[in-house]
Design a protein. Structure first.
Length: 222
């Protein structure tokens, strides 16, 4: 199921989302407080498994997958992204989760469709909390980087820097001013670019919620 969210958007105050247009740049921001901004679409929606909390968008970590051909993860959030061929694009979001399942993950994704995307996020890999970057084209997957992080690093800020057909993934911990590079790869271009927020490979046995906050997207035009 695909759900558009225009009614909720009408209730959002200017504090929750902001689009700024200047001579050389455009910027969109959404902290999700009060509801998501206009322009988000939810794929395979389960309305009982997402909510708006005091600190942002919360999505329950449920079974399902978007890494490879399964393409059945619920509550995949998507919105249009600028064309990086027309100027560099930077996308940043804060993610939070306390995963317990193998490959349970919360991701920022440069997205064309379920089989063409680049993901960057916090993930449980072989019992270790990691930052993982991966590329998928035609449902064929390639891991770009697996970077172990502190075992209690539940909150992480992740960022994409995209220019032309090259995408660079970075991350940093709360309070840090320094971004660390996760990896770089080419884009699996197929149609118009989008940004996606994804949570999957969770479990039905316990109720656990991942969070997205402080979403920012900017394009500089030369």
């Amino acid at each position: 199921m695909t759900t558009m969210l225009p009614i909720r958007a009408l209730l959002i105050s200017w504090v929750s989302c902001m689009t700024v247009w200047g001579a050389g740049a455009s910027r969109f921001e959404d902290d999700f407080r009060g509801g998501p901004a206009s322009g988000w679409t939810v794929l395979r929606e389960r309305s009982d498994a997402w909510r708006i909390g005091e600190r942002g968008l919360e999505v329950r970590a449920l079974p399902g997958n978007l890494w490879g051909p399964a393409n059945d993860a619920p509550n995949t959030w998507v919105r249009p992204a600028p064309d990086p061929e027309k100027g560099p694009v930077t996308v940043t979001v804060e993610v939070e989760n306390r995963p317990t399942e193998q490959y349970e993950q919360v991701n920022l994704v440069w997205y064309y469709d379920d089989g063409h995307q680049v993901k960057l996020g916090q993930e449980m890999v072989d019992g270790k909390l990691c930052i993982v970057m991966g590329r998928e084209e035609g449902d064929r997957t390639r891991t770009i980087a697996i970077v172990p992080i502190e075992a209690d690093a539940w909150v992480v800020e992740v960022r994409f820097e995209v220019e032309g057909r090259t995408i660079r993934g970075l991350f940093r911990m709360p309070g840090s001013e320094d971004w660390r590079e996760a990896g770089v790869c080419d884009l699996p271009v197929k149609g118009e670019p989008k940004i996606s927020l994804q949570v999957y490979q969770g479990t039905d046995r316990v109720e656990r919620w991942a969070r997205f906050g402080r979403f920012r997207m900017e394009q500089r035009r030369e």
